[in-house]
Design a protein around this ligand. Structure first.
Ligand SMILES: [Zn+2]
Ligand SMILES: [Zn+2]
Length: 147
């Protein structure tokens, strides 16, 4: 091997390392990784090995994909909240005055009638006349009306 052969080989290797380093830098940037330190390590460790390590450990999503994923989750979250709101707003009528009351009201705000009672065992609101808690099976001592 002559001296010039050596330089051709060395230059070739350097170019490969640089190309890999630039690829790692750009790709890492795109995925929100530590692109500068990846770039430096790729050059210092001779290109191919750090490149392979990088490909193995890089984030599977680009920043844009992550952003998209986040937006999707937020939409689902919002829908959930909306449905919860709809359920809690589900209107019932007060049996005494006929005004609309929310399903989670303990008392009618218009005529002071008790609509629900709180289960002492599980803490949920159950029908005022319930003899047994439909959620946890607690049996209410006082049968029927509780004032
Ligand atoms: Zn009422
Ligand atoms: Zn209960």
């Amino acid at each position: 091997m002559t001296i010039s052969d050596f330089w051709v080989l060395a230059t070739g290797i350097l170019v490969i390392i640089l190309v890999l380093a630039i690829y790692v830098y750009r790709d890492s940037n795109l995925r929100g990784g530590k692109s500068v330190s990846w770039f430096i390590w790729t050059i210092l460790l001779g290109g191919i090995l750090p490149f392979l390590i990088y490909v193995a450990v890089r984030s599977p999503y680009t920043k844009e994909e992550l952003e998209e994923e986040k937006t999707k989750k937020e939409v689902v979250e919002l829908q959930k909240k909306y449905y919860e709101l709809m359920i809690s707003k589900e209107v019932q009528k007060c049996p005494v005055c006929g005004e609309e009351v929310s399903a989670d009201y303990m008392y009618c705000p218009y005529c002071f009638t008790q609509l629900k009672k709180r289960c002492p065992q599980c803490g949920r609101l159950v029908d005022k006349d319930a003899k047994i808690c439909p959620y946890c099976g607690y049996i209410f001592e006082e049968k029927g009306v509780e004032k």
